[in-house]
Ligand binder design. Structure first.
Ligand SMILES: Cc1cc2nc3c(=O)[nH]c(=O)nc-3n(C[C@H](O)[C@H](O)[C@H](O)COP(=O)(O)OP(=O)(O)OC[C@H]3O[C@@H](n4cnc5c(N)ncnc54)[C@H](O)[C@@H]3O)c2cc1C
Length: 429
């Protein structure tokens, strides 16, 4: 069972720490990365877990958690060391995010939007082609973004969904950036914009208008638009089933002037990333690995009569409960194994097999987390789904995973089926 860490670790501050989801020795993690992941887990367990119910109940953004993420250095987890961050690579970030998701899904999911602004502009962009002048310019610009985060705790979001086919990757974004002297004028609308009204910068994906050309995905820009800029507004309400603390309201951009230095990636680099670094779209999944683990942890504790706030009634002696826990453990290990492999092999120009595995890992994490939460409720019984306990929130939060574009569960199935059966360029004509 993974619930309790060893006594020697727990003795440090007299609180029993949960064991890591991925044991550093078993999964061959380095000391430095294990340290970063442990920091995330401790913050999650000690601080975020206790606040999660209120954020969920009130559909309130976890502002206090973000202050703690800044204080602990985790706001800059993927920012290169020379810029004051932890310099975490993709795998380290993913494992740390899973630990946060275990204690507060909404914090982990929104932290993902924030971290992507540094991961995509950082280690990911370093793998992509740019000429020397463009790379130098990118280096200068990203240093400005990193400084805001490291020094001032600035929070970035990542609104790309628009309600049409663009977020699925099918067509160019409808939000448009018209070039003007010194920058662009941006117009458009983003739906489900997590952190709306709470981020300091919206990392907006939009299409640069090129005179005489049709809108093209090749001309996608990734711009950090300050939330307080004239013409930016947040509209609509937010009262969803799950992930309520993400506050994913609608963002409107009306004739918003955005200077050139706001580019988080140079022209053409986002499109290159989407083509050559597909694991960039797998970063929503760590949250749900954390939720899957949380559903399992809860079940074991509940059946052992150890959930705080519930009577110490043991239910573990019933064979049906033991079989259900065995099924959950097998499912969890299956999800963890494929997901760990996929986040470990994330790189530029992955093989076809690696891309198919990334889709399969996303599908497994997103669908699997909710399957585990469903099994947990069935196994623990009626009292376990009371609002006073975290399981029903885990269940609702986990329901949202398979809906996240561009890699929804349905789209992963579509792509796996098609790409397994057809080589590039093959048709049946
Ligand atoms: C809690 C939460 C937080 C979110 N946060 C963000 C955020 O921060 N930033 C952001 O950009 N978005 C965010 N989203 C939005 C999310 O990524 C999706 O864009 C959104 O859930 C899509 O909803 P829709 O009803 O518009 O989907 P639709 O586009 O109507 O799609 C409905 C379903 O049809 C399928 N589908 C869609 N397109 C295709 C296609 N081309 N081919 C085949 N099937 C297709 C998909 O399976 C999809 O689930 C968030 C969503 C949730 C629930």
């Amino acid at each position: 069972m993974t619930v309790q860490a060893s006594k020697s670790v727990a003795a440090v501050d007299k609180i029993d720490l949960d064991a890591p989801i991925f044991d550093p020795a078993a999964f061959r993690l380095g000391n430095e990365q294990a340290g970063i992941i442990a920091r995330a887990r401790e913050l999650g367990q000690h601080v975020f877990a206790g606040r999660a119910a209120a954020y969920d109940r009130e559909a309130k953004f976890p502002t206090e958690n973000y202050r703690d993420l800044h204080r602990s250095g985790l706001l800059g987890i993927a920012i290169p060391r020379q810029h004051g961050g932890f310099g975490a690579d993709y795998q380290t970030y993913a494992l740390a995010a899973a630990e946060i998701g275990r204690y507060c899904g909404a914090t982990a999911l929104t932290w993902n939007m924030h971290v992507c602004s540094t991961l995509w502009s950082g280690p990911l962009a370093d793998d992509l082609d740019m000429d020397a002048t463009t790379r130098a310019e990118h280096e200068r610009r990203r240093a400005v973004h990193y400084k805001r985060i490291v020094d001032h705790g600035a929070i970035y979001s990542q609104p790309f969904s628009e309600g049409g086919a663009a977020a699925a990757g099918g067509v160019a974004f409808g939000t448009e950036a018209k070039p003007v002297s010194g920058g662009w004028i941006v117009n458009g609308k983003k739906i489900f914009a997590s952190l709306a009204g709470h981020a300091d910068y919206y990392g907006v994906l939009c299409t640069e208008i090129v005179e005489g050309e049709k809108a093209s995905r090749r001309n996608t820009l990734y711009l950090a638009i300050p939330a307080k800029t004239d013409g930016v507004s947040v509209v609509g309400d937010w009262d969803p089933l799950g992930m309520r603390g993400t506050v994913s309201r609608t963002l409107l951009f009306k004739d918003v002037f955005v200077p050139e230095d706001a580019a988080l990636m140079p022209r053409g680099v986002y499109f290159q990333a989407a083509m050559r670094w597909p694991h960039m779209f797998l970063t929503l999944s760590p949250t749900y690995i954390g939720l899957a683990q949380a559903a399992y942890d809860f079940t074991v504790r509940y059946l052992r009569g150890e959930v705080p706030g519930t009577p110490p009634v043991k239910r573990r002696m019933y064979p049906t409960k033991q079989i259900a826990v065995a099924q959950m453990q097998i499912k969890l290990e299956q999800i963890k194994a494929i997901w760990f492999q996929a986040v470990t092999e994330a790189c530029a120009n992955p093989s076809k097999e690696q891309v198919l595995r990334a889709y399969a890992a996303q599908y497994s994490a997103m669908e699997g987390a909710n399957e585990l939460a469903t099994l947990a409720i069935r196994t623990c019984g009626g009292q376990s789904m009371l609002k006073s306990l975290p399981l029903e929130r885990i269940y609702r939060d986990s329901r949202c995973g398979s809906l996240m574009l561009p890699w929804t569960a349905e789209l992963c199935l579509d792509r796996i089926g098609r790409e397994a059966l057809y080589e590039t360029g093959e048709t049946d004509d």
